[in-house]
Design a protein around this ligand. Structure first.
Ligand SMILES: Nc1ncnc2c1ncn2[C@@H]1O[C@H](COP(=O)(O)OP(=O)(O)O)[C@@H](O)[C@H]1O
Ligand SMILES: Cc1ncc(COP(=O)(O)O)c(N)n1
Length: 267
């Protein structure tokens, strides 16, 4: 059995964060584990409360997992504050996982800040150099690169700038731009574009969490980095096609058994 760990925030509504990550791991047939950084009181409409877990407790969860159940890949999502970022960096240094996917979560689909603005620098300095791939959406790529992004050429320039912080690859996700859902992969040598038709739905809660967890699950299964990203793009596209019109706001994407889908069953 392959093991994957998510280090992220809890979403009580079940659409994003830890909950989306564990559903994604299960759908890929990977055993999921979690380190909770923050508890959010959240639904499809709003985030009505956020309470961070103490930095020491974040570190202890990482230690507990790694000392007994070393993961084949790690995904990092909401990290909330500078002190939590430092705890995560400490854990990564101590246990040295090779396959780390960082989704630099900043603002929820419902518009609530999930990373303190003064923690962006710590994210860049402490976490980017320790990860294999970082998966920003357009506003996150703008914040990390310090440039505005209007189209695919800007996505490529931003990816180059983000690489300079020391990660080994970047996927700039284009879901927030007009036109096709086009993502740009860059590994320091070549750019590759991953494209799908834009699905017309407002139910995209959890897309970024699901995409990055699918990358981590595929890495845990032993796929190379680009294949892991390509399969994650397929997974998120089907999960958005099957997204759920539940709740009164931005509904969640739907997870299903990847293995069943691959064998042609319509789950
Ligand atoms: N309406 C959509 N139709 C198809 N793919 C989408 C749609 N919205 C987002 N995606 C894809 O979902 C993934 C996550 O996208 P994005 O919305 O950009 O990130 P985030 O959820 O972090 O804001 C990307 O692969 C993106 O291309
Ligand atoms: C705990 C947590 N983590 C991440 C997100 C981002 O997901 P989205 O951008 O789909 O709201 C979220 N809303 N909540």
């Amino acid at each position: 059995m392959r093991l994957a760990l998510t280090i992220a925030g809890s979403d009580s509504g079940g659409g994003a964060g830890i909950q989306a990550d564990l559903k994604t791991f299960s759908a890929h047939g990977v055993f999921g584990m979690s380190v909770i950084t923050s508890v959010t009181a959240q639904n499809t409409k709003a985030v009505i409360g956020v309470e961070d877990v103490s930095p020491e407790m974040v570190y202890l969860q990482i230690k507990a997992v790694f000392e007994d159940l070393p993961p084949d890949a790690v995904k990092i999502g909401m990290v909330s504050s500078e002190s939590i970022i430092r705890s995560v960096a400490r854990g990564l240094d101590e246990f040295g996982p090779e396959k780390v996917v960082l989704d630099p979560v900043m603002i929820s689909k419902s518009g609530h800040a999930l990373l303190k603005p003064n923690a962006v620098e710590a994210l860049k300095k402490e976490l980017l150099p320790r990860c294999l791939v970082v998966t920003p959406n357009i506003p996150e790529a703008e914040a990390l690169s310090g440039m505005s992004i209007k189209g695919v050429e800007d996505m490529k320039r931003a990816a180059e700038r983000i690489m300079s912080y020391g990660c080994r690859a970047v996927v700039v996700k284009g879901g927030h731009l007009e036109g096709d859902a086009l993502d740009v992969f860059f590994n320091g040598r070549e750019f590759r574009e991953l494209k799908s038709e834009k699905i017309c739905t407002r139910n995209t809660h959890g897309t970024g969490c699901t995409f990055s967890s699918a990358v981590a699950a595929n890495l845990a299964l032993g796929y190379d980095l680009f294949t892991s990203v390509r399969l994650a793009k397929e997974y998120i596209t089907v999960a958005i096609k099957n997204s759920l019109n539940i709740g009164g706001g931005v509904g969640p994407v739907h997870h299903f058994y990847e293995l069943y889908r691959r064998s042609g069953l319509n789950v």
